[in-house]
Design a protein around this ligand. Sequence first.
Ligand code: SF4
Length: 377
Amino acid sequence: MAGLYIHIPFCREACHYCDFHFSISMRQLNSMMNAIEKEIAMRKDFLQGEVLDTIYLGGGTPSVLSASQLKSLFRVIKDHYEIGKDPEITLEGNPEDLVPQYIENLIKLGINRLSIGIQSFHEDDLKFMNRRHGKKQSHYCLKIVRKAGFKNLNVDLIYGLPGLTTIKWEENLDIASGYSPVHISAYHLSYEKGTVMDYRRMKSSFKIQDELTSQDQYELLVDKLHHNGYLHYEISNFALPGYISRHNSAYWNGKKYLGVGPSAHSFNGEIRSWNIAKNTSYINFVHKGSVYYEMEKLDHTSRFHDYLMTSLRTMWGADLAFILREFGQMYKAHCLQMAKPYLQSGRMEKNGDKLILSEDGMFIADHIIAKLFMNQD
Ligand code: SF4
């Protein structure tokens, strides 16, 4: 079973923290969709005939697509791929697009999971991030999505934001939980190079949140959602039992996936590839049949690093028996040696053959994982 990711590189507004690949001009929307459909057809062999278990429309903002554009896209997918019996089909959308008629169309098209970019229920935070929607739209959208019977619903939230006090963060968590989404993704704000937010940070135009408040907000997130019955199954992802995202779990479990559209990444067990992150070049290259992606065959150590990067982010952790089998005794011994200080400090636990980050460890996961890489001090 494999996954298909489709990157829709358009947004109606640029959020100031975002470094994903997108354009706010819709001028090329139609030619982009033609190119994406062409790529879907051209690259069907990448997954070596595996049945699609998940389809994920991300971006960018896939909810800028009309119902007829989505219909055409699904027709091309069905023409070229075998889809499993009970696929998970996700669309990322923003509150301003998710109006009743549109939601009805999504259901008719077979989309059975919605991921909504709410980010905050506070007007000042939304303005600070340059989000296009306001809090009224968020409430309206969540109500109508619920009314339409969408059960498999994810809500995206952001913490660690300047001006977001822990009281406001708690309100965000309570309001979101009030709509009973089966999945919550909560990301700590990061200052990505080239974003407006990072530029403003460098100009000291606001006070960044201090580390202790960040840590408090992370702890509040984990405690509250745990109390509400959510599993903390990946650093930023929480799900009620039975609603772990199958698509994202496939990434973390090393399964095959094909990513189409500009900037999309793919992996088929051996080869990792990534598409050019420029709309015009992508469209032209796909139509001309020129090469529009780069690829690399992962060497032994890169595959080991990839495995650590993905497995240690999850509640299932890294499997030492798998490391021994796939990479050899030296890698397993290295892992155990480098994990020692974190096992002693309680940031990591060893459960049988599994090395698992504790909640404390998850907060600094990137740091710990980097220490477990080969050739690290
Ligand atoms: S956060 Fe989402 S909506 Fe905002 S610019 Fe990035 S991709 Fe677009």
